[in-house]
Design a protein around this ligand. Sequence first.
Ligand code: ZN
Length: 288
Amino acid sequence: MWLVVALVWLASTADARAEPSGRLAVVVHPARLSVGDVGWLHVRGAGDAATVEGSVGERSLTFFRYAGGHAAVVGIDLETRPGTLPWRVATLGPGREPRIAHGRVKVSGRSFPVQRLTLPERMVDLEPETERRAVAETERLRMLFRTISGERLWRGRFTRPVAGTEPGTGFGARRIINGRPRMPHSGIDFSAGSGTPVVAANAGRVALVAHFFFPGRLVAIDHGLGLYTLYFHLEHAIVTEDERVGRGQTIGAVGATGRATGPHLHFAAQVGSARIDPAGLLGLSFRD
Ligand SMILES: [Zn+2]
């Protein structure tokens, strides 16, 4: 027992100094994740010049330098089956043996509201041309989320995209319309009047400004390393594609464009292809 304690102590001393011979230390934050959560892995002891790569479940991670080590944001998609997910981290440094660490992280279930709606068929069954348009637009967004740009543009905390204190609602709501299940609601809705300024949640690059059938006028911001935030149903956008934006910078105004019953902001976030609860993103605390 004491021998084990002593060995762990020696190992953690080595980690703190990030000695070349140090043990690889990997911590998953938070230790328990739920469906729809965003978390992060902190790797210490890899060495300054090391290349770090890894995965959680089927999703690969993109690491950046953070707090004397390396970190990667992980998203637990909205439709992940609860259980445990394996994680794996590998480091490769100049003049060193490759090192591998692995473990498991528990993913708890989360109950989402189910909304059963009955609507006139004409509001549900789209014209074939409209259906094709909506499918193509969804695919365009999917393609965008598969684009992992190599530079981390965000820093520190993420900020609410609209002023106020009311939490956004509706993440994960399962909608069954006329008996047929539809896509779960993958963002949160903030109620706000038309024309209310919408701001960038963090620094990034405007990746898409468009007018799509369901989302209406939209802005997508690429924060780098696979992290995206989305702003739907805008009355208008005042940014253009490729423009760099800062946290809190106005990007447009709340509206009711696309399929919306009234003015509100639909705010969503993606880590690669994982649809995460943006409320979790607002709760992340990175020092820089
Ligand atoms: Zn919404």
